[in-house]
Every structure is written in C-alpha cells, then in structure tokens.
Design a protein around this ligand. Structure first.
Ligand SMILES: [Zn+2]
Ligand SMILES: [Zn+2]
Length: 257
C-alpha cells in the first residue's frame, strides 16, 4: 500500500481519465495524494502542451478541493540528448510541483545525432538484435547520468525500459544527487539481479509508482509486491510507504533560487 502515487497520466497525454477522475480514484483507494505527470512536451502525439499547463493547474486545485486528496502538477519529461537535456525548460519550473524524467521512444530529440545514438540505437536493439553494443550502453548511461546531474529531477522513471544503460552506474548517480529510483508497477524494467545489485551496492532510495494510464490503476502495487517476494528489498528505503514522504529535490532547488 502506497501513501502517495507520484506518477499518473490523464487525457492531457495518453491517459484515459481526467485529473479529477484520477483524484477520485486515489481517494477511493485511501491515498493521501497523487501527482499528475503527463508526458513531456517533445512527444509529438502524446506530449502535454505548454498552453494547457495553466488549465491543468486549475484542475489540480479544483480536484484537491473536491476530494481532499493532495494533487500535485508535474511532468514525466523526456530525456532527449546524450548531454542529459530534457524537454522541461527552466522557464517551465514555476508552474510545476514535481519533476519526473525518463527515456521514451518517438520524441523530438535535442540534435539529430542524439536521435540516432539514443532513440534509434535503443529501438533497433530492443526490437531486433536484443544485444546492446558497449557503445549503446555507454551512450544511454551517459544520457541518464547527465540528466540527473544537470536537472533537479525528483524521480527517474522506469530505468532501462526499452533501452540499455548500466543500471548500477545510474543508481550510484541517483544516490549522489538525491533523485529517487522508481519501482514502476506498470511494467518490469530491470532484472531481479539488477535490483539486488542496486540495493546491495548503493544507498539509493526508491518510490513505488503506478504509472497509471487509467484512473482504475491509481495506487496499483501488484508488480512491486511480486518483486519483493523475489528480491530482498529494504522497505525503509522506499519513501512513499509506511507513512514516509520523499524529500523532493525539485522543490528544494526552487527554494534555493
Ligand atoms: Zn514513461
Ligand atoms: Zn508514465
């Protein structure tokens, strides 16, 4: 049982429900809060639109009033370059409460070479060869690490979903910068061995998120429960259960500005 679901989608990207419907579902499941984190602006079909952000914020405030559940507005931004560029710009920060980032397919990249080296190479490997080259692992790892270093990201979403980074190296960087590693319950994205390695060799902390694309999946933890039956997870390092709340790097960053 999680207290707060930090990764949910709505109709503003390719989720099915409204912001209010997500909040109502969270209330029904006994959650204290949710974050609305639709896909980043560089996704040509599914991305949220900058001109809709004010309306989204208004709907979050209204949904919070109507349900009593805390409703944060955030984004699941796209990592779009090997230098760690994302599609959330500092000029967007004021309107956002929380900053998630992940690697996704079919987004506009920073440069054409980034598109080729990050998206194209990962796509080719995940669909055809299945064997990542060392250059691909190096590029993908660097993209993640540079994104964590250069942006105040709260939560890294579904590490290595359809892409190939050195998960231990990325986790070490997450630990250094105080960014959470997500246990995503929509899809398994690391092997049990990788999880165990990260747990044993780093002190990175975790959050469990549903990545719900429909209101009914808000707060769903089934995949995490299965994972915990196979991997020895220290529950104290999961910061959105048992009454704990994560320390969010993005709000601290904004306060210091
Ligand atoms: Zn995602
Ligand atoms: Zn997502």
């Amino acid at each position: 049982m999680i207290d707060f679901d930090f990764h949910t989608h709505t109709k503003y990207s390719h989720g099915k429900g409204t912001i209010l419907e997500n909040a109502v579902s969270a209330k029904e499941k006994g959650l204290k809060g949710i974050a609305i984190t639709d896909h980043g602006f560089n996704h040509p079909f599914f991305g949220m639109r900058r001109k809709k952000v004010d309306k989204m914020k208004e709907e979050c405030i209204l949904a919070e009033k109507q349900t009593g559940v805390k409703v944060l507005l955030g984004v699941e931004s796209n990592i779009i370059g090997l230098g760690g560029e994302t599609d959330l710009k500092p000029s967007d920060y004021d309107k956002m409460d929380i900053y998630l980032a992940g690697i996704h397919r079919a987004v506009f990249h920073h440069k054409f070479s980034d598109y080729f080296n990050l998206f194209g190479a990962n796509l080719l490997t995940s669909t055809i060869t299945k064997k990542p080259s060392s250059a691909l692992i190096k590029n993908t790892t660097n993209a993640y690490i540079n994104a964590i270093k250069n942006n105040p990201i709260d939560i890294l979403t579904h590490l290595n979903f359809l892409c190939y980074a050195d998960s231990l190296e990325v986790a070490k960087c997450l630990e250094d910068y105080g960014t959470y590693l997500e246990i995503n319950t929509k899809k398994i994205h690391l092997t049990d061995e990788e999880w165990q390695n990260i747990i044993d060799k780093t002190k990175v902390n975790f959050v469990i998120d549903s990545d719900a694309h429909s209101p009914s999946r808000i707060g769903d933890t089934a995949i995490a429960c299965e994972l915990f039956s196979r991997v020895n997870f220290p529950l104290s390092r999961i910061h959105n259960i048992e009454g704990r709340m994560p320390t969010l790097r993005f709000s601290q960053f904004k306060e210091r500005r």
